[in-house]
Design a protein around this ligand. Structure first.
Ligand code: PMP
Length: 391
């Protein structure tokens, strides 16, 4: 049986990591990896996380099961942090999940219950999105989101496409720090999106994986909250992987917003039953860290400061990169007003490969770069090397 199976292609990003590791050149640079890096190239454990882990080690009395919905303290504290006090007093219910991916997968399972439903996904997007929704048999429709050559969001095209969606269809939206483009929507854009979603009876599913790494913790969620306040029902997949640097701890949550608490609880019960038949219950450690951090005012302050430091570094890199890359292509000055870790360069896959072999600069074929993969002092020379390969 095993031998009869189809060979699966390895994840291109993991392949890239292996190639990078095997490259002996000292000046090599990895812009492919999807994690935050500090100026020394490391992805450190946050101080607040270390302190919370220490506290847990001292106080945790049991590792008995907690149940498919996860830790209620984690869900409550994370909801306050992510959504704040606004959201029009709308009822909310949540379930802890293994990372943001786990939340997206549970949401996908629920949406796929109606076989007529499509999910509308902007392109380009995170490589795993289409695969997650396709794996539950959900119909996928796309709208163009970003013009790589012009480095601008195609808002009008997006709005026109969404006006043609059928009532009951879902729309996938990235809350902030768009992966892979870094493109940001204005508050007016979000209001227009909210109005269309409300008027057409669509269901927004927010992928919230980078809150705090764009303009700020509160600012990054403002558009999402506008939409939640305007529409009848909304779903949100939250990832703590980047904002708490908890990647491998698999920490996240799915939240549902609606008009009636009873309906939300029923929907969460459905999500919990999918969890029960796949991984049973979510891993506890990362969520316990997040809960301990958010509950304790001093740990919370430490975490906020560390997150701000990460954001400040990203902004600093972006401003320098905008100047350096803008000399080769004026449109790339937009890197400075884009947000989060990623930007998408106008470069062909052949040139990406050539850049890799000739200069040891690594990025996926799409041309997505993680700006946090650069040290500030290297930006000008990285841009000099990439510039001639741009289309
Ligand atoms: N959504 C987006 C846009 C992402 O970039 C990622 C991580 N690369 C995720 C979701 C999933 O994050 P997690 O590791 O928490 O599953």
């Amino acid at each position: 049986f095993f031998d009869s199976l189809t060979e699966q292609k390895p994840d291109p990003l993991l392949e890239l990591i292996a190639k990078f590791a095997a490259d002996p050149r000292p000046g090599k640079i990895d812009l492919g990896v999807g994690v935050y890096r500090d100026e020394t190239g490391r992805t450190p454990v946050m101080k607040a996380v270390k302190a919370a882990e220490h506290h847990l080690w001292e106080t945790q009395q049991s590792k008995s099961y907690i149940g498919p919905e996860g830790d209620p303290v984690f869900l409550r504290t994370l909801a306050s942090e992510v959504f704040g006090e606004r959201r029009g007093g709308k009822p909310v219910a949540g379930i802890q999940t293994p990372g943001g991916t786990g939340a997206l997968r549970l949401a996908a399972e629920l949406l796929a219950l109606d076989k007529r439903r499509k999910i509308w996904i902007g392109t380009p997007t995170w490589v795993n999105h289409q695969a997650i929704f396709a794996s539950v048999g959900l119909q996928i429709a796309t709208y163009r989101f970003f013009d790589i050559e012009k480095q601008t969001v195609l808002v009008d095209e997006m709005l026109t496409t969404l006006r043609n969606a059928a009532p009951g269809d879902a729309v996938l939206l990235q809350t902030s720090c768009h992966n892979p483009t870094g493109a940001a929507l204005s508050q007016q854009n979000w209001r227009d999106i909210a109005d269309i979603i409300a008027a057409k009876g669509l269901i927004p599913l927010f992928d919230n994986a980078y809150q705090g790494l764009g303009r700020g913790r509160v600012e990054d969620a403002a558009g999402m909250i506008d939409v939640i306040e305007t529409v009848a029902e909304a779903m949100v997949a939250v990832s703590c992987s980047k904002s708490f640097s908890l990647y491998r701890e698999r920490t996240g949550a799915a939240y549902l917003f609606g008009d009636r608490q009873a309906s939300l609880n029923k929907a969460i019960g459905n999500l919990a039953s999918y969890a029960r038949t796949s991984y049973s219950m979510p891993p506890a450690h990362g969520a316990a860290i997040v809960a301990a951090t958010l509950e304790d005012p001093s740990l919370h302050r430490t975490w906020v400061d560390e997150l701000s430091e990460m954001r400040t570094r990203i902004v600093e890199i972006r401003l320098a990169a905008a100047e350096a890359f803008g000399q080769f292509r004026p449109e790339l000055a937009n890197i400075g007003s884009q947000e989060g870790m990623f930007s998408l360069l106008p470069i062909s896959p052949e040139n990406v490969r050539q850049l890799r072999s000739e200069h040891g600069i690594y990025m996926p074929d799409s041309g997505r770069i993680n700006v946090a993969g650069m040290r500030v002092r290297d930006i000008a020379s990285v841009a000099e090397r990439i510039g001639p390969y741009l289309t």
